[in-house]
Design a protein. Structure first.
Length: 188
């Protein structure tokens, strides 16, 4: 799908929801009457906030369960005010925020016989991954490849994020892959 043609609506919705959150302490409800059908279809996204290239918040949905435009609004608000790693975004920070919306493709299960087989199948720079085992789950967006460019370190850090040891392996471990379409001010 090509969401770039709706970039202005996507980024304005995210920013407006954060501004609304500063004033009202909840996410903005998006009126659906003037929204393109593509954005009204169920969709999942992550909204990443940065200030001067530094992470300032990142929250998202792994599975599509509501209209994409509503997911964008809710996750923009949550990234600004509910990411447990950061204090809520302040009024002074609002104009400094760079907003990145990663729209996810549906996740597909990966089939592998062992860790080496899994590593051989992972596509650096392309795949977002979800790992799950023992009631623990973690995901990395494809954009994380920028800071963890080799497959082994990407996988180790993802295990740690999921609350598993970095050298963890089990035959019950499940891995799903997905792609994203990045919408931000640098995308065309």
């Amino acid at each position: 799908m090509n969401y770039q043609s709706h970039k202005k609506i996507i980024l304005e919705t995210a920013r407006n929801s954060i501004e609304h959150g500063l004033q009202h302490q909840y996410a903005m409800e998006v009126p659906h009457q003037d929204i393109p059908d593509l954005l009204l279809n169920p969709g999942a996204c992550f909204v990443t906030l940065e200030i001067a290239g530094q992470l300032r918040g990142c929250i998202g949905s792994i599975e599509a369960y509501r209209p994409l435009i509503d997911d964008i609004s809710a996750n923009a608000y949550a990234s600004a005010f509910s990411d447990p790693r950061f204090n809520p975004v302040s009024e002074q920070e609002l104009q400094q925020l760079d907003i990145h919306v990663s729209i996810l493709t549906p996740a597909t299960a990966m089939e592998f016989k062992d860790e080496q087989d899994l590593i051989a199948q992972i596509q650096p720079g392309i795949d977002g991954l979800i790992i799950e085992d023992q009631g623990r789950r973690g995901t990395f967006l494809p954009s994380v490849w920028e800071s963890l460019p080799d497959v082994e370190s990407f996988l180790k850090h993802l295990k740690l994020k999921a609350g598993l040891p970095e050298d963890y392996w089990s035959d019950s471990l499940t891995v799903h892959r997905y792609g994203t379409e990045m919408i931000d001010n640098s995308s065309s």
